[in-house]
Design a protein around this ligand. Sequence first.
Ligand code: UDP
Length: 362
Amino acid sequence: MLKKIKILTVIGARPQFIKAAALSREFSKHNEIEEIIVHTGQHFDKNMSEIFFEEMNIPIPRYNLAINSLSHGAMTGRMMEEIEKILLIENPDFLIVYGDTNSTLAGALAAKKLHIKVVHIEAGLRSFNNDMPEEINRILTDRLSDYLFCPTQTAVNNLLREGYENIDTKIINSGDVMQDASIYYANESAKKSNIISSLHLDKFILCTIHRAENTDDSDRLKNIIEALNKSHQTIPIVLPLHPRTKQKIESLGINLEVKAIEPVGYFDMIELLKNCSLVITDSGGLQKEAYFFNKNCVILREQTEWVELVENKVSILVGANYNSIIKEIDFMINKSSDFSNNLYGNGTACNKICSEILKINF
Ligand code: UDP
């Protein structure tokens, strides 16, 4: 009988559910692969977690650790402790982690210390800003991983610059699994979402804000919201509000005049992306999705991991300066851009990753 390859996938945050949905779909085509999902519980609200499992048919997690709302150290430590126990029970051939959250680092650390091979999807990204918790998580997870699947050549180059050619790891430019997800689910969303009609949207801007550098700095958050309020007078801004951002806005008593809605599922998000005139965001994933759906993007950050977008002038970095945000919204909403150069691969990343995994000799 064919030996099954046993994979333990650790996910915990919204963007990881979307990435894992795409790759799990690919795994499900192969009888020789058994995937066990561990949900750390980092994101736990229904519309930050459950909705994605339901909509995207992600396999039900065998383990749900319900670890959230703790400091970075406590959260990462508790996750490590629980993931270690699961690894000892399941004894997988390898562990997969995605992106740059505490769940990513906790999974990689726990596995590596048990000599279990680690696969990092979305490896090699750098913002070169060590104040970002995500940057610390990325750097350390890359260093611990045995297989580094990079979404772009820039990510490969970042690793080579850090000396990875001298480290015993395999670096593969697979393209971006989020591109695969957006292509596949764009067909489904058209049938399943009615958000555009239910919100009576015509011409509008789509915005999200959730990075700690914006939510945890009251001046930045106030500047951003005031600029959005001003632009909203000209063209409506729809803001699916991340729970952390909502809580900060309320506690600071900031006046929010844009069309704030609850976080939405992926189908609604894709329909909002397809129909908007511009994206404003500090999200990593949404910057790329703007590009996938041919939309310019104003990035509410000082730097981005997705430098190709800025180099290709489809995105612009504005930080949190009131005047710059308003000025660049006006500019980017009218700018015609070239979205034809497949910066993130052609939607075959999951297929490439799966083929590589099947080649690994355990
Ligand atoms: N997203 C969503 N609903 C929302 C906001 C975001 O489905 O209300 C999706 C978005 O389309 C993208 C992912 O969540 O695929 C991005 O996640 P997030 O911005 O939380 O994290 P980041 O990408 O910055 O790590």
